[in-house]
Ligand binder design. Structure first.
Ligand code: GLN
Length: 504
């Protein structure tokens, strides 16, 4: 047994737990110690729930003593993005408007995580209401990228990705509306999966854009994502868009991929997701991964998805339209913050206005204004209506492409992690981070990002794989094969090349 369990993958930790070599309390304690040591530099968590985690760990240990191991990841701790509601544990969505709000129920995925015996270490930082690509729009401060503390960890789920990449947690939950699992995974050297829309319950996610939102795993290995995906996935009657069909076997697909053989697998490189705007080192790392996939037996061709260049524009109309409706419920009456007007009468409308004025940050306000404008009478057809048509065209691009290939691939993000403040005053530059990830959300198809190496600036690059809806297993097969080939090349996981954080 290695002396530091936090360096092991979740699957390895679970094995030690199941064989009785380590207890869940020991695993949780090791991670809480690591959190205490590095959090002052990272700020990956909004809230660490140490007592709750230890209590859960004691229960899991007691179950094991009775011969009961509730899942393949039992005993292993996890962190949860703070936009997923947790019963009796503060949930803020990184917004001041929800400060101190304690949800009365658990999200379905949290129920499943608890039932599977995974103690919850705490709630991770994000851009307010998951709106952003850098975690700089959090009301609770920036999260640093473990590779370079002056750089962003991606967003919106920068907290989950940083926590996993810095060994504060072996597993985390993220949510992905336009890339918030995959892009943070890419810039921190971790693995992130956006499942098929409807494949993982949205019940208990604080909604950003309901037709795009999807929760999924953030981990350090492809197999760990498959294991966690199988735990959180599946039908939920509480979510009307939940798919009522069995999930394909994801762990088996990851294991098959890990044999390194991709003979007969057809991979399409998306022509529109490369070239101009992509950092040279990102493109280079992407090409090297293609060579490895070819060497593993895959057949690689170029595929055109002609409407992808319009995806970003369509997304920035559809997403704010849905978000402006979803965020109407934060009115100063029902949840969290309530601010009364400084002077004048205390009417419902004036309390709402004062609360929303003080409680929402600038980016959230920007999107509410954009969304209400796009939906307003006279503009609806021109903006929202056109965006929905583009959405259909993008779905058709995917359908046509998947007639000829099994998966599509691209770099996950056009650049590596940028410095704090670099894009904060330029919303359009910030939005461009999502060019490669957004098409999957618009079409509801699944995607994975895994580390493909370091760019010329020494920072991690993400490789994205996209599959048809309900064929999430393909992500794991191809992802595990690439991971294996890359590890053989580097002599170990990419994260072992990350600089050591100073331990306080
Ligand atoms: N960065 C994108 C945005 O700002 C995606 C957010 C997300 O996936 N939650 O909307």
């Amino acid at each position: 047994m290695t002396s530091d369990v936090t360096r092991l993958s979740a699957a390895e930790q679970a094995k030690l737990f199941a064989s009785g070599e380590v207890s869940s309390v020991e695993l949780v304690t090791a991670h809480l110690d690591r959190i205490e040591a590095v959090e002052p530099q990272l700020n990956a968590f909004i809230h660490v729930s140490a007592e709750v985690a230890l209590e859960q760990a004691r229960q899991v240990d007691a179950q094991r003593a009775q011969g009961e191991i509730s899942s393949p990841l039992a005993g292993v701790p996890i962190a949860v993005k703070d936009i997923v509601v947790t019963k009796d544990v503060v949930t803020t969505a990184a917004s001041k408007i929800l400060e101190g709000w304690v949800p009365p129920y658990d999200a379905t995925i949290v129920e499943k995580i608890k039932a599977a015996g995974l103690p919850i270490l705490g709630k991770t930082n994000l851009d307010e209401f998951a709106m952003g690509s850098s975690t700089e729009h959090s009301a609770y401060g920036n999260t640093a990228n473990p590779w370079d503390l002056e750089r962003i960890p991606g967003g919106s789920g920068g907290g989950s990705a940083a926590a996993v990449a810095a060994f504060e947690a072996p597993l985390a939950i993220g949510t992905d509306t336009g890339g918030s699992i995959r892009q943070p995974a890419a810039v921190t050297g971790s693995v992130g999966v956006k499942p098929t829309y409807g494949g993982v319950s949205r019940y208990g996610l604080i909604a950003m854009a309901s037709s795009l939102d999807q929760a999924g795993p953030v981990t350090r290995t492809v197999l760990d994502s498959a294991l966690l995906h199988e735990i959180i996935g599946g039908y939920d009657p509480h979510d009307s868009t939940s798919i009522n069909e069995p999930l394909p076997s994801l762990v088996a697909a990851a294991q098959q991929g890990a044999t390194g053989d991709l003979t007969g697998v057809r991979i399409g490189v998306v022509r529109e997701l490369s070239g101009e705007g992509y950092q040279v080192g990102v493109s280079k790392s992407f090409e090297e991964s293609l060579d490895l996939l070819r060497a593993a037996g895959a057949e690689i061709t170029e595929v055109s998805c002609p409407h992808f260049p319009s995806a970003l524009s369509a997304y920035y109309l559809i997403m704010p339209s849905e978000a402006s409706s979803n965020l109407a419920k934060f009115d100063g009456m029902r949840f969290g913050l309530r601010v009364e007007p400084e002077d004048g009468p205390v009417t419902a409308e004036r309390v709402m206005s004062a609360t929303r004025g003080a409680g929402f940050g600038d980016e959230v306000k920007r999107r509410i204004i954009l969304g209400t404008y796009a939906l307003s009478a006279g503009y609806y057809d021109a903006y929202y209506g056109s965006a929905q048509k583009v959405r259909t065209l993008i779905q058709r691009d995917f359908t046509a492409a998947f007639e000829n290939v099994d998966v599509l691939v691209s770099p996950t993000a056009p650049t590596t992690a940028f410095k704090f403040g670099e894009k904060l005053d330029d919303p359009l530059a910030m939005y461009l981070n999502d060019v490669a990830t957004i098409p999957a959300n618009l079409a509801g198809v699944p995607g994975i990002s895994l580390p493909s190496g370091l760019s010329d600036d020494g920072l991690p690059v993400g490789f994205q794989i996209l599959a048809p809806a309900k064929a999430d297993d393909r992500l794991y097969r191809v992802g595990a094969a690439l991971e294996k080939a890359l590890e053989n090349k580097w002599g170990g996981p990419l994260l072992s090349q990350a600089p050591e954080l100073e331990v306080k």
